[in-house]
Design a protein around this ligand. Structure first.
Ligand code: SF4
Length: 158
């Protein structure tokens, strides 16, 4: 819902703090995900993620969440699906050229990002979207990738 989405960017710092509290828990649960099987956990966790993030961010479940780099404004709600925005068509009042009655997702992203501790993360160029990941859980991906990174670091220690 648009009003909740706009609320999210106005409270980007609060949501950043919330995610920073939740992320370590998801990562710590790696042994659980591993014992259940990441593939088996995928469906229920993706459903839960869709429910939570759908409500607050109008999440489209791209599977490669960049909310923490986009001021808590989901770039997939840009009608052009631009991952590195804005495009050149932002109206003078900050609205979208495709949906002129709506604020540009990327104007919102910039304003949200300026409230966040990681306020320069929006400058990082995002990779093109991998459409194979659509519908999958970004939370589980973060847990798995972090666990793999930690394991590799442990192995490389003398
Ligand atoms: S960036 Fe992707 S995963 Fe994150 S809220 Fe938007 S659609 Fe959902």
């Amino acid at each position: 819902m648009l009003s909740i989405r706009l609320w999210a960017t106005r409270h980007a710092r609060l949501l950043e703090l919330t995610y920073q509290a939740v992320e370590p828990v998801i990562i710590k649960l790696h042994p659980l995900w591993k014992s259940v099987g990441y593939e088996r956990a995928e469906k229920p966790i993706a459903k839960l993620e869709q429910l939570c993030k759908g409500l607050v961010f109008d999440c489209q479940m791209c599977g490669q969440c960049i909310l923490s780099s986009t001021g808590m404004s989901c770039s997939m709600n840009c009608p052009k699906n631009i991952r590195n925005g804005p495009c050149g068509g932002v109206l003078q009042n900050g609205n979208c050229e495709v949906i002129p009655e709506q604020r540009c997702v990327w104007v919102e992203a910039w304003e949200g990002s300026q409230q966040m501790r990681a306020d320069d993360a929006i400058q990082v160029v995002q990779l093109p979207l991998d459409h194979r990941l659509k519908g999958t859980s970004s939370w589980l991906r973060v847990a798995r990738q972090t666990a793999q990174r930690h394991a590799a670091q442990r192995e490389s220690k003398p």
